[in-house]
Design a protein around this ligand. Structure first.
Ligand code: C5P
Length: 249
């Protein structure tokens, strides 16, 4: 079973509709993502999280798409991604033993990647994330007064009056940029979300595997791929078009 998160507003894309409904190559991003999950052959059902008021619209789009060949249920998401995933998890049937969590913002993650993640979970890893080596040197910065915490990952490129002290420089060879779909043993993900629920509103997690790490449990990384890039800005849409015509197989 896969939870497909599509309840974000996508404000950084600057469109007047939620990001998951933005069209590329003739279909909404959420539909592209659902097609590839279904094409993997290892996902038996989808639960999609929708923004308030768009449950029926997304249900029609995803459930009505001929290439989405698995049952689709759409639930209303929460204020944060973590709350949306929790809502999706609550809708999982009792028979679900492996759960994938995938972002509609990564519409072209390939069926092969989906299979790789599920295979690693079935091989006994309770929490599996795809990751790719990073090309930039990454620095951790310490809190700077100039930058509100809530906007920390949204510092605009043009905000060149921001000065942030460097706290550390992790060794690049050991860093991975993490993607979705992330795969979990269902009982472990249930436990991680139950433990993380208290922080969901104030310090929401952007990554389900992080909730598992907070439990002290092991998370493993499998090779990710360029096609699973995350769409945040207009530039990402242009890049993503490179992967749009693979037919989802
Ligand atoms: O905003 P961001 O791009 O980080 O969102 C990642 C994914 O989480 C997107 O697919 C978005 O639709 C989803 N999301 C959600 N509920 C929220 C916020 C984001 O399902 N409240």
């Amino acid at each position: 079973m896969a939870i497909l998160t599509a309840a974000g507003s996508g404000t950084r894309l600057g469109r007047d509709l939620p990001k998951a409904l933005v069209e590329l190559d003739g279909a909404a991003l959420v539909v592209h993502a659902a097609r590839r999950l279904a094409a993997s052959g290892v996902v038996d059902a989808l639960v999609v999280t929708a923004p308030p008021g768009l449950v029926a619209a997304i249900s029609g789009l995803v459930g009505g798409d001929a290439a989405v060949t698995v049952p689709v249920r759409v639930v209303e998401g929460g204020h944060t991604r973590q709350q949306s995933v929790a809502a999706g998890l609550a809708a999982a049937g009792p028979e679900t033993d492996v759960v994938l969590v995938h972002d509609a913002a990564r519409p072209f993650a390939s069926p092969e990647l989906v299979r790789r993640v599920v295979a690693a979970v079935r091989a006994g890893h309770g929490a599996v994330v795809p990751g790719v080596p990073v090309v930039d040197t990454i620095k951790a910065v310490s809190a700077a007064d100039q930058c509100a915490v809530g906007a920390r990952d949204e510092v605009p490129t043009g905000a060149n009056n921001v000065v942030e002290p460097v706290a550390s420089t992790p060794e690049r060879a050991l860093l991975r940029a993490v993607q979705t779909p992330q795969g979990f043993d269902r009982a472990l993900l249930d436990r991680a979300h139950a433990a993380g629920a208290a922080h969901a509103a104030n310090a929401p997690s952007t990554d389900d595997a992080g909730l598992v790490e907070a439990l002290g449990e092991t998370v493993v990384v499998v090779p990710g791929e360029d096609a699973a890039l995350k769409i945040t800005t207009e530039r990402d849409l242009v890049l993503a078009a490179l992967y749009a015509d693979d037919g989802g197989t």
